[in-house]
Design a protein around this ligand. Sequence first.
Ligand SMILES: NC(=O)C1=CN([C@@H]2O[C@H](COP(=O)(O)OP(=O)(O)OC[C@H]3O[C@@H](n4cnc5c(N)ncnc54)[C@H](OP(=O)(O)O)[C@@H]3O)[C@@H](O)[C@H]2O)C=CC1
Ligand SMILES: O=C1O[C@H](CO)[C@@H](O)[C@@H]1O
Length: 310
Amino acid sequence: MSALDIRIPLNNGTSIPAVGMGTVCPEDKKGPFKKAIVTAIVDAGYRHLDTAWFYGVEEDLGDILQELFQEGKIKREELFITTKCWPSLWNNPEKSLNDSLKSLKLDYVDLFLQHWPLTFKSDANGQPPVPRDDNGKVIFDDGDFLDTYKKMIDIYKNTDKVKAIGVSNYSIGNLERLLKETDVVPAVNQFELHPQLPLQDLVDFCQDHKIVVEAYSAFGSGGAPVTKLPLVNELAKKYNVTPADILINYHTVSGRVVLPRSQNPERIKKGYPKVPLTKEDLENLAEIGELKPTRYIKEDWGKDIGMPYW
Ligand SMILES: NC(=O)C1=CN([C@@H]2O[C@H](COP(=O)(O)OP(=O)(O)OC[C@H]3O[C@@H](n4cnc5c(N)ncnc54)[C@H](OP(=O)(O)O)[C@@H]3O)[C@@H](O)[C@H]2O)C=CC1
Ligand SMILES: O=C1O[C@H](CO)[C@@H](O)[C@@H]1O
């Protein structure tokens, strides 16, 4: 039984595979990228890819997908593909989406996210992606971050380019504003989440409003520090699985999506078995972060968005 086979219903009547392959690709891993994606889809059975305009991988990903489609290894409709609008294109999400579709060589994505509730002051092509002044400080635009989501609603309602829309890195306060001022509840909210950062209030808020939670950096990002926690390793021994399996199931047994990244074909091929974590296991895991919250992705532009423990 594989966690890769679990699907979670979305509030637009479709569903999403609970485990999605993360596609952030460090510069030194660009070589193994193709092998990683092909292994994920063909050998491991991943059906969900999480990418973004910002990641700089969409052109390569598009080439890889075309090859797989042409070889008959997978069909477009069997895949769930997410992309995201970066804050440097906050006032033109349609351009962000069109750029992504062109690079990915796709007609539509299954999910289009606002990457951050932020506005950067960049040019009409979204360059530079992160504008900074001479002191290195991020240059924000004076627009309203919610305008991006409002324009995404227009795309959702008036085109066939996206099956669902959602948000990422939205705090409770940002979601409250969105729910008050717009008429499309985001299908998902994607944010950092793992036993060292359980964010139970935000998770509950999302689930109460039928917004599926997507966990990013579930291993703690580069070097996978969360896999090294003693309790995670004890549970791995108890269930005869790997620490990574425990961290994936921490989300999937709770009805959440999780987006692991790996460039290691052996790890990818193995996939993730279902692990019957108990309520007590989940509470003990979350207690780690309740006692000592630890966030691994602490981009300087994110410190004022209202997310706890920045
Ligand atoms: N919306 C947003 O703002 C953000 C979204 N994301 C999304 O989430 C995805 C994942 O998050 P990310 O921060 O990239 O990284 P992860 O938390 O998934 O960690 C990746 C690291 O874990 C290692 N790893 C993978 N599998 C295992 C394993 N079985 N055992 C031990 N180590 C392992 C990888 O090494 P190796 O390659 O050698 O296996 C790599 O060093 C991103 O790719 C992106 O799609 C991420 C950050 C922000
Ligand atoms: O999605 C994202 O990935 C990077 C970090 O890996 C982060 O800045 C961005 O939101």
